[in-house]
Design a binder for this molecule. Structure first.
Ligand code: HSE
Length: 433
């Protein structure tokens, strides 16, 4: 039996989950792998707050650098968060030849290329299963079980906070802000939660998934991003009447060698498996050219689920280190190619849900339809509700597939019409066909 001595940087929600998981199942891990995980040091600026755990005297320190440079520490777990000090710690540990385990998707999305290269130069590894999909081993599935596949598409519900908010808005009709406060109390949300509700956290995860799928670090600006801030319950009700649910979806596709990425609130058919993913759960739907459709489901946020993913990485890093394997596939898969070609946001082809408010007078609808026609947008269905007290009629339109640039131009023209009484709302619709 060998020990692996772990230095944890950051004793917040996930750090505490890692320690709790190791205290609970460390002996089981040792039995299964022949490697005993030992939490040797934990660094945090706050070492007095009670995390509901007992750790041995001398384990806690406020000096993170002393943990990184400690010769008795074998692997570093970066759970500091953010992209400044976390980057410094990660690079420093890698330069010392120590494997780093991180849950930090923002760090990888913003500085991944640099970090993977430093890991490779120092013949060590960076492991980041916890950065995408919380407790779901999706990256390990991609780089092991699906290694023989060209990845055709990935659809992900990757943010527990947003999925929790959407689920409760749908089920209980409660206001957005009240549910967000609950998600924060449950430890799902980022600090600040804007990263969640504006879709940025999902985009961070999407670029990590796409980088692994297509073999080069994908920049954030390749991923047009829209979140769920300001989404009204009436939109959820409209979608429901038409047989759809609204999910914040990361969409990644290989369009004949051009990589398409986006994050946006998306209508999905109620009967599709991805629509049944509720609360803080995440799911990733991957289509490979050999395997066909696969789906991975689990808790995408929270202390123990994310802790579970970190622990899996600690054990893999330990095994790689002790076997002297050198640079792991989690690094080499991100650096296979120099660059990728991306589909620009305006060229993405998609179906859309569009909600307008039109003045109830002859010719209003005809004017709108003419504009869609002029922009090559074909209409799949139109529902006009009875006129509101305000004198405006809500109109809900589902379109066939058309280019994003045509939607943008058409919506601008519709908004400028004299019969248009409110700002149009537009969301993507994905039927997975
Ligand atoms: N804030 C994230 C979420 C946590 O809500 O999914 C996990 O990355």
């Amino acid at each position: 039996m060998k020990d692996i001595r772990i230095g944890i940087l950051g004793f917040g929600t996930v750090g505490a989950g890692v320690v709790e998981g190791i205290q609970k199942n460390g002996a089981l891990m040792a039995e299964r792998t022949g490697i005993a995980p030992v939490v040797a040091k934990i660094a945090d600026l706050d070492i007095t707050t009670d995390r509901g755990l007992t750790v041995e005297a001398g384990v806690l320190t406020t000096d993170a650098m002393s943990v990184i440079t400690d010769e008795n520490i074998d692997v570093i777990v970066e759970l500091v968060g953010g992209t400044t000090i976390a980057r410094t710690f990660t690079l420093e540990a890698l330069k010392q030849g120590k494997p780093v385990i991180t849950a930090n998707k923002a760090l990888l999305a913003d500085h991944g290329e640099e970090i993977y290269k430093v890991a490779r130069e120092n013949n060590t590894g960076i492991y980041y299963e916890a950065a995408v999909g919380g407790g779901i081993p999706i990256l390990r599935s991609q780089r092991a079980g699906l290694i023989g596949n060209q990845i055709e598409s990935i659809y992900g519900i990757l943010n527990g906070t947003c999925n929790y908010i959407l689920t409760r808005m749908e089920r209980e009709g409660l206001p957005f802000d009240e549910i967000l406060a609950d998600a924060q109390a449950l430890g799902y949300a980022e600090t600040p939660p804007d990263l969640d509700i504006d879709g940025i956290d999902t985009a961070h995860k999407a670029v990590v998934l796409a980088s692994m799928a297509y073999g080069a670090p994908v920049p954030m600006d390749a991923c047009p991003t829209k979140g769920i801030r300001g989404l009204e319950a009436s939109e959820i009700a409209n979608a429901d009447e038409l047989g759809y649910q609204i999910k914040l979806l990361a969409i990644i596709k290989d369009n004949d060698g051009e990589v398409e990425l986006s994050v946006e609130p998306t209508l999905v058919p109620k009967g599709h498996m991805i629509a049944s993913v509720a609360d803080s759960f995440n799911a990733v739907f991957v289509k490979g050219d050999i395997v066909d459709d696969t789906m991975y489901y689990g808790r995408g946020a929270g202390r123990l689920p994310t802790g579970s993913a970190v622990i899996g990485d600690i054990m893999e890093a330990a095994s790689d280190k002790l076997s002297g394997k050198g640079v792991p596939v989690s690094v080499t898969m991100m650096l296979q190619k120099e660059t990728l070609t991306y589909c620009s946001a305006e060229n993405i082809e998609k179906r859309c849900y569009i909600r307008l408010c039109l003045e109830d007078k002859p010719g209003s609808m005809a004017k709108v339809m003419n504009i869609f026609g002029a922009h090559n947008i074909s209409i799949a269905s139109v529902v006009q509700k009875e006129v509101h007290a305000s004198g405006a009629a809500p109109v809900v339109i589902l379109t066939q597939e058309a280019k994003e640039s045509e939607f943008v131009a058409a919506i601008a023209e519709i908004e400028a019409l004299d019969v248009s009484c409110c700002a149009p709302i537009r969301m993507r619709l994905e039927d997975f066909e």
